[in-house]
Design a protein. Structure first.
Length: 117
C-alpha cells in the first residue's frame, strides 16, 4: 500500500517540478509587452507594415530560442540570460523603428515623408 501511495504522489509531483523548471513568466510577459508595442506602433502609424513584419520576425526568433531552451525540460541560468539579452536587443529595435522618421499615418502601405519647407 505504501508503494502505491508513493507512486501516486510521485506521479503528481514530478510533472509539477518539470513545469517549474521550464516556466518563464518574465520572458513570456516581455514577449506579450513587445507584441503589444508593435501592434500599437502599426495602429498609430509610427511603424510601417514592412518595419512591423521585420520586428515580428525578430519576436519569432526570440520565441524559437525559448522553445529550444525549454525542449530539454530545464531552462538553465545561461539560457535564461541569453533569452533576456535577445529580448533587450528586440526591445531596442522596436524603440528605434517606432522613433525613426518613417511613418504610415494614413495606413496606405506607403511611407509618409515629412513635409519640407
Amino acid at each position: 500500500m505504501k508503494i502505491v501511495k508513493s507512486i501516486a504522489i510521485l506521479s503528481l509531483v514530478l510533472p509539477a517540478l518539470a513545469f517549474a523548471q521550464t516556466y518563464t513568466p518574465r520572458v513570456d510577459q516581455r514577449e506579450a509587452n513587445q507584441e503589444r508595442r508593435i501592434d500599437q506602433g502599426v495602429a498609430s502609424g509610427s511603424l510601417t507594415q514592412r518595419e512591423a513584419n521585420r520586428l515580428e520576425r525578430g519576436q519569432q526568433h526570440v520565441e524559437n530560442m525559448e522553445a529550444r531552451a525549454k525542449a530539454d525540460g530545464v531552462v538553465t541560468r545561461g539560457e535564461r540570460a541569453r533569452l533576456h539579452q535577445a529580448q533587450d536587443v528586440q526591445s531596442r529595435r522596436i524603440y528605434n523603428q517606432k522613433h525613426d522618421r518613417q511613418h504610415d499615418y494614413n495606413h496606405n502601405g506607403r511611407v509618409d515623408r515629412p513635409h519640407r519647407r
